[in-house]
Design a binder for this molecule. Structure first.
Ligand code: 5GP
Length: 185
C-alpha cells in the first residue's frame, strides 16, 4: 500500500490508477451515449479537474466536442449582478450549447451551483456535470449533484489525480485518503 506524509498528515492510497481508469471509462461510456448526437462543450474547472479532464476527453475521442477552461475565485464572492468571480474567465460562447462541467470533486456543491446558474444565464441549452469524485454527505445544493460520477466518497480529505494539498500532490497517479486526523475539505 503506497502512502504519502505531508506536514503531520498521513495519506494512504485509496483508488489505484487502474481503478481510476475504470471509473473514467464508465463515465465516458455514459457521456458517449448521452451526447453522441450533440456537440458538447466541456468546461473544465481549473485547477483540480485538469487531470480527470485529460483522461475523460481522450476516452471520448469518437464524439465531436469542444473543450474550454475556467478558474473561479475561491472566495466565492458574487457581485451585485450575481456573477461569479472568474480568475480565468470563460473564453467560449455558451449560448445554445450543451455544456458539460468537468470537476475534480463536488463537496458542498457551491462551485457547481453557482457555475450552473452562470452558464444558464449565458443561454446554455443544457448544463450537466461530470465529477471524478462526489461527497454526497456534504452536499448543500441539490442542483449540484453530478450527473456523471467517477466514485463516491464520504467526508475524508483526498489528494492526487489533480487534487492538491496546499498546491502540491496534484501529480500523484492515484487518489490518496488522509488517515490520521479529521482533516476535511
Ligand atoms: P464545493 O464548492 O463543492 O464545496 O468544493 C469543491 C472544491 O473544494 C473542489 O473543486 C476542491 O478544490 C475542494 N475540495 C473539496 N473536497 C476536497 C478534498 O477532499 N480534497 C481536495 N484536495 N480538495 C477538495
Amino acid at each position: 500500500m503506497r502512502s504519502i506524509d505531508e506536514h503531520d498528515y498521513h495519506f494512504e492510497e485509496w483508488l489505484t490508477p487502474q481503478e481510476i481508469a475504470r471509473d473514467v471509462e464508465q463515465v465516458a461510456e455514459r457521456i458517449r451515449d448521452d451526447y453522441k448526437d450533440k456537440e458538447p462543450l466541456f468546461v473544465v474547472v481549473l485547477n483540480g479537474a485538469f487531470v480527470f479532464a485529460a483522461d475523460l476527453i481522450r476516452a471520448l475521442n469518437n464524439i465531436r466536442c469542444e473543450v474550454t477552461f475556467i478558474r473561479v475565485s475561491s472566495y466565492w464572492g458574487m457581485s451585485s449582478t450575481g456573477q461569479l468571480n472568474f480568475i480565468v474567465p470563460l473564453q467560449q460562447v455558451v449560448e445554445n450549447r450543451d455544456v458539460v462541467i468537468v470537476e475534480d470533486i463536488v463537496d458542498s456543491g457551491l462551485t457547481v451551483h453557482q457555475l450552473k446558474a452562470h452558464l444558464r444565464g449565458l443561454g446554455a441549452a443544457s448544463v450537466t456535470v461530470a465529477s471524478m469524485l462526489f461527497k454526497p454527505n456534504k452536499l448543500e445544493y441539490d442542483d449540484a449533484k453530478p450527473d456523471y460520477i467517477g466514485h463516491e466518497i464520504s467526508d475524508e480529505f483526498v489528494i492526487g489525480y489533480g487534487l492538491d494539498f496546499d498546491g502540491f500532490h496534484r501529480n500523484l497517479d492515484a487518489i490518496y485518503k488522509v488517515k490520521n486526523n479529521n482533516l476535511t475539505a
